[in-house]
Ligand binder design. Structure first.
Ligand SMILES: [Zn+2]
Length: 215
């Protein structure tokens, strides 16, 4: 199912929560943002709207590493051939790093970038003592390495997301945030269940995917 469809469903849930709770403008925005983000979050285990921008960046890094590696190797060879000292940083850090970036796919680089964002969130959470931000960071750092429609598309992940919401709800003092976030997350799993691929809701307890192919 397309990210834009998931996002649209999430935004409707957020808007419904805003109407139901009749909160301040800030709280309304938080409901809509939380529901939209939650509806997209399960697909952090693959290419998705949240990391689409990073896909372009990782392709650029991949290409840059190819060019940079060639230039660095040529520079090192030139310096060596002309009897000059070759900077150790270039030999031991620059060239190996570029070799690694060249040898992995741009998808792996993108996953690494998503994980870096997650680590950044977790560090920010640790600094401010925000448990939910640490949890969100851990999820973001971990999800890209999982099999698509695997662990993030289970009731266990949904429960974790609800717990995150509870923490955020008390931390940010926005009543109802946990339910809104869980509803957004659940909407994603339900929508994916309506596709032919289905969702392994109870993985790994029950390994088969559950589907009601509608689309
Ligand atoms: Zn999905």
């Amino acid at each position: 199912m397309k990210g834009s469809t998931h996002l649209a469903i999430g935004l409707v849930i957020g808007a419904a929560a805003a109407v139901y709770h009749q909160p301040t403008a800030v709280q309304s925005a938080a409901y809509i943002a939380a529901a939209g983000l939650s509806a997209l979050a399960p697909d952090l285990d693959g290419t998705n709207m949240l990391s689409a921008k990073l896909s372009g960046l990782s392709r650029a890094i991949h290409r840059g590493a190819l060019g940079g590696g060639a230039i660095a190797a040529a520079a090192a060879a030139y310096l060596y051939a002309t009897g000059q000292t070759v900077p150790l940083l270039l030999v031991w850090v620059g060239i190996p790093l570029m070799l690694v970036l060249m040898s992995v796919s741009s998808g792996t680089i993108r996953n690494g970038l998503v994980s870096l964002v997650g680590i950044g969130l977790a560090v920010a959470g640790a600094r401010g003592g925000d448990v939910w931000l640490i949890g969100l960071g851990a999820y973001t750092a971990w999800a890209p390495w999982l099999k698509h429609r695997g662990m993030t598309h289970t009731v266990w992940a949904l429960l974790y997301w609800y717990w995150l919401g509870r923490e955020a709800e008390s931390g940010l003092d926005i009543p109802g945030l946990a339910v809104v976030g869980a509803a957004g997350y659940a909407s994603h799993l339900v929508a994916d269940t309506l596709t032919s691929l289905g969702v392994k809701w109870l993985y790994p307890l029950y390994r088969k995917s559950i589907k009601l192919p509608f689309f």
